[in-house]
Design a protein around this ligand. Structure first.
Ligand code: CAO
Length: 503
């Protein structure tokens, strides 16, 4: 879309959509009952005098504005977001998750970083001396890096030119930081009315809107922590980064939707994802349970079976299943020495008979205390303890194999080591090995979304400023002389280098 070629293609699509609008009007006015001209006139007349009887015009869907279906084989007609150019002003985790996903889908992500320093995560949790950390490399694949000092006047000029050449600006600075750079929505919209400005912030408008927020703050503010952990213990945060990566994912959805709307309106818009909102969206089942509490106890929570009364808010439910089919984590063979020798076991009602047979309790199938889901609810603790006697005789994978034969839903607790070595995850491109010039080979998570006509190639993360000159000359069209001027201005150079040059 940012390239001239794409701009032309877009004009064609728009032209098509214009002409596609005409037949809708025609058919609305002339839809004949019989198809004969006289009948046509009569139909129009009567429709005009009796509006209630007017047949509604058939509505054409989006498909009517599309080009003819491609004849190229699937996977060989580019990528979903080819032609979309992102001005990637993100750092740490939430924003980079979003732009990496857009990059996986084919967008050209130009990551703007502070000269000499770059994204703070390049140096955080370093495992290889002198090399970009895994924190950075695993969140910034499929991007190009340009260094620009946004507070240098020449740097601002370059940023304005980037705004004109990009489709989306994505940022997750602290509230107000983008404005302090002079990049207000008004300024960006005036410079490029088509630009979409997408932001992650900790909180939406309200009392906390000016607060800086990290992952665990969002997990706590979004209702995840108060509902995670064991009833007797304190609130817990989860290892999955639902505040950062989860919100980045939400933002990517907002951006793609805004790009789609722009096809019709021709203009950009602001897209905001607050981390609190993103976490709450993922914790919505707990807000469901909060409302159910007003109508009685949450019978599927094991505390109900244990006779423990509910308080005023949704409690922590340990490893209870979040749905209507009770489940728990059970020990497997080797649990004494392996902290991950466990399985998740769901006593799904339709396969209750098979569960009874597998664990050697066929009599439970007809025993009124166990035969029905309501009868089982107060006995779940005992039931899971009995099932565990069986799972402890098998490894977690043997439990999986045995239960799968009978459609009993179970899942081994996989360690990160097992996931890193899992062949099927490698085969599908979910776990990918990438080569990096300074740190060597590393594993990253590829695109979790698989598309049959947009195949992801995972590329290593860029070195700091690796593409500065390439972007300045090839994307922004600066001449050799202008490039020399930019270098002399200090807009793309680290402060220590600036001082050395001045000395
Ligand atoms: N050139 C010059 N200055 C630059 C620059 C560049 N290329 N890139 C960034 N900066 C400056 C910013 O302008 C800002 O300066 P001012 O405060 O003087 O205006 C400064 O760097 C720091 O930005 P920041 O406040 O966003 O960074 P921080 O490390 O203090 O805070 C964070 C980090 C994550 C808490 C904050 O950015 C935030 O709350 N973001 C929104 C929520 C979010 O995404 N949180 C999740 C992060 S992932 O765990």
């Amino acid at each position: 879309m940012a390239t001239r070629k794409k701009a032309k293609a877009k004009t064609k699509v728009q032209a098509r959509s214009k002409s596609a609008a005409k037949p809708v009007k025609k058919s609305a006015a002339k839809k004949p009952a019989s198809g004969k001209p006289a009948a046509k006139k009569a139909a129009v007349k009567s429709a005009a005098s009796k509006p209630a009887a007017k047949k509604p015009a058939p509505q054409k869907g989006v498909a009517s504005t599309l080009p003819p279906p491609s004849t190229k084989p699937f996977g060989q007609d580019g990528k979903a977001l080819d032609g979309v150019r992102i001005l990637d002003f993100t750092h740490v985790q939430s924003g980079p998750t979003c732009t990496q996903l857009l990059g996986y889908m084919g967008a050209d992500c130009i990551k703007v970083e502070r000269p000499g320093a770059g994204d703070i995560t390049r140096g955080q949790l370093r495992d290889v001396k002198g090399a970009d950390s895994l924190y950075f490399t695993m969140l910034n694949g499929n991007k190009r890096s340009i260094t620009i000092d946004s507070k240098n006047p020449k740097g601002r000029e370059i940023l304005d030119r980037l705004i004109k050449h990009c489709d989306v600006l994505v940022e997750n600075f602290a509230p107000g930081a983008l404005d302090r750079m002079g990049l207000t929505w008004e300024h960006i919209h005036k410079t490029n009315p088509r630009m979409i400005v997408a932001s992650v912030k900790g909180f939406g408008p309200g009392p906390y809107e000016d607060c800086k927020v990290y992952e665990n703050v969002a997990q706590c503010a979004g209702g995840a922590a108060s509902t995670t952990g064991f009833r007797e213990g304190p609130p817990l945060v989860t290892g999955a980064q639902i505040g950062d990566s989860g919100t980045g994912l939400h933002l990517a959805f907002g951006i793609v939707s805004a790009l789609y709307q722009r096809m019709r309106t021709g203009r950009g818009q602001r897209v905001l994802c607050a981390m609190q909102d993103g976490v709450l969206n993922l914790a919505r089942v707990k807000l469901r349970d909060q409302q159910r509490l007003a109508h009685g106890p949450l019978t599927e929570y094991s505390q109900h079976g244990e006779g423990v009364a509910f308080g005023i808010a949704v409690p922590r439910a340990g490893n209870d299943s979040g749905g209507g089919q009770p489940g728990w984590i059970l020990k497997c063979k080797g649990w004494e020495t392996d902290p991950d020798s466990y399985t998740y076991f769901i006593t799904q009602a339709p396969v209750w008979g098979a569960i009874c047979d597998v664990i050697g309790k066929p009599e439970w199938k007809t025993d009124p205390d166990y035969a029905t889901p309501p009868a089982r609810l107060p006995r779940l603790k005992h039931i899971f303890a009995t099932i565990e006697e069986w799972t402890k005789t098998k490894t977690k994978f043997e439990v999986m194999n045995e239960c799968n034969k009978h459609d009993i839903p179970v899942g081994p607790i996989l360690s990160m080591k097992e996931i890193a070595e899992d062949k099927s995850l490698r085969d599908t491109g979910t776990v990918v090995e990438v080569d990096h010039p300074t740190r060597g080979k590393y594993l990253t998570v590829g695109n979790p979304v698989k598309m049959s006509d947009s195949i992801t190639e995972v590329k290593r993360s860029p070195l700091l400023g690796e593409h500065t000159e390439e972007i300045l000359t090839q994307v922004l069209g600066y001449s050799t002389e202008e490039l020399a001027e930019i270098k002399a201005s200090g807009a793309i150079t680290a402060p220590d280098k600036k001082q050395a040059e001045a000395a």
